[in-house]
Design a protein around this ligand. Structure first.
Ligand SMILES: [Zn+2]
Length: 422
């Protein structure tokens, strides 16, 4: 999910640096605006001044002198658990990406992402789509009328891979070699003007909601499209000259398959093939879907997030379903690719299927401090990486087969509690 805007995924692997102005301008939740309007008239002006002054300082402090930046870090680390500030060059790079993303992206793509890599990544993504189409045909919980619509929606789903066809023009933004914070403010103002000029104009379907170097991807139901920035299409996610089985496990399973399923699940059902808010599921689909979904809720609620806190099975449901659906779909796509190649090779003693699952697990490698895990229990619709790995694979007979696990082994869940969704 993207902050405040739509149901698009913006925090699959990483978190955005800060909420974007685009997000702040989205009118996704009318009751919020109504309540905010009431507060504007009922709250004394002095309170508003103090509140806005705080936010101005809080927003600016990372870009002011070191005293401010350190104080800001100390406060935020209470919730993130971070022990030290990122080095200065990394902070500079991050803010450049966040403020001038498409200018940085152009340079980034030149250095890192060849047209060949783009074509190969697109091939993996397209094969995943094909496999998902086959899965749609065989789902037992989906009624025929819903299935017909789903197939049409899949055919119309747009995809963006790597970088935009047309780069944003930053010509009206002035960047000076001087104090840093005013440059950030001018960049924010540039973005604000760009956003606020939108109403009344046709939707710009060429626009990207993530910058090109971002290691993330999203599905945006309001335009029915999946977007994979170049940052997410480099090793360890994807390697054009690397092992195909690994590419299907990481790019296919963690990213492409995951985003794809969002167009058709309990989130995507609310948006039609053009992105309009129109539910296209039949009533009985919900009943049958929810029965299976409850198994996912129970499975994840059984996992420990940190200390005595369990994963919130309901909050993380949509993402857990997408992980599981993405992985089974990617596994099918690998099998098709292997059948086409007609030759199976082992690498370092591992079969293609084993490499597929190993690459999936490797794509979730990350360090998270306990403080951060605690914060996320109540706020993050994604489960911790360890469960995003072990959860889906322990539901899959193909995983058990690949590693010769037996029924009753810790990584093999009993068939009676395994959900059947995608
Ligand atoms: Zn997702």
């Amino acid at each position: 999910m993207q902050l405040g805007v739509t149901l698009a995924d913006a925090s699959e692997h990483t978190r955005p640096l800060r909420p974007t102005l685009t997000g702040a301008a989205g009118v996704g939740e009318r009751s919020f605006l109504r309540r905010a309007g009431e507060l504007v008239s009922s709250t004394p002006l002095e309170d508003w001044r103090a509140y806005l002054r705080y936010h101005l300082l809080s927003t600016a402090s990372p870009w002011l002198s070191s005293d401010f930046a350190r104080e800001d870090f100390a406060y935020r680390s209470l919730y993130s658990g971070a022990k030290e500030m990122l080095p200065r060059w990394k902070r500079c790079l991050r803010v450049t990406d966040s403020e001038l993303g498409e200018a940085l992206g152009e340079a980034y793509v030149d250095k890192t992402f060849s047209p060949r890599a783009k074509a190969e990544a697109k091939q993996v993504i397209d094969n995943i789509r094909e496999s998902f189409r086959d899965r749609l045909m065989g789902l037992s919980w989906m009624s025929d009328s819903t299935r017909r619509y789903a197939l049409g929606k899949l055919a119309r789903m747009n995809e963006k891979v790597g970088y935009p066809d047309r780069w944003r023009d930053y010509g009206s933004l002035q960047v000076y070699n001087g104090a840093f914070a005013p440059n950030v403010f001018r960049a924010n103002a540039f973005e604000w003007r760009r956003t606020i000029n939108r109403p009344g104009k046709p939707v710009d379907k060429t626009e990207w909601n993530m910058t090109v170097p971002t290691v993330n991807a999203y599905y945006d139901p309001s335009v029915n499209e999946m977007v994979f920035p170049a940052g997410a299409l480099l090793p360890q996610t994807f390697d054009a000259s690397g092992d195909m089985a690994a590419n299907y496990g990481s790019l296919g399973g963690s990213w492409a398959g995951h985003e794809l399923t969002h167009g058709f699940d309990d989130e995507g059902r609310h948006y039609d093939a053009e992105g309009n808010l129109r539910d296209w599921w039949a009533a009985e689909d919900s009943v049958r879907f929810n029965e299976q979904a409850q198994r996912v809720v129970d499975q994840f609620a059984g996992y420990v997030q940190v200390d005595t806190f369990h994963v919130n099975g309901k909050l993380t449901l949509g993402e857990n379903i997408a992980d599981y659906g993405g992985l089974v779909t990617a596994y099918d796509a690998l099998q098709r690719a292997l059948a086409r190649k007609a030759q199976r090779t082992n690498i370092d003693g591992y079969t293609p299927e084993q490499r597929f699952f190993i690459a999936y697990a490797q794509s979730w490698r990350e360090h998270t401090r306990p403080e951060q895990l605690k914060t996320r229990v109540t706020t993050d619709p994604h489960a911790p990486a360890v469960w995003r790995t072990n959860g889906p694979v322990s539901n899959m007979p193909s995983f058990a087969k690949a590693f010769n696990c037996k029924s009753g082994d810790p990584m093999v869940r009993p068939a009676s509690s395994v959900p059947q969704i995608w």
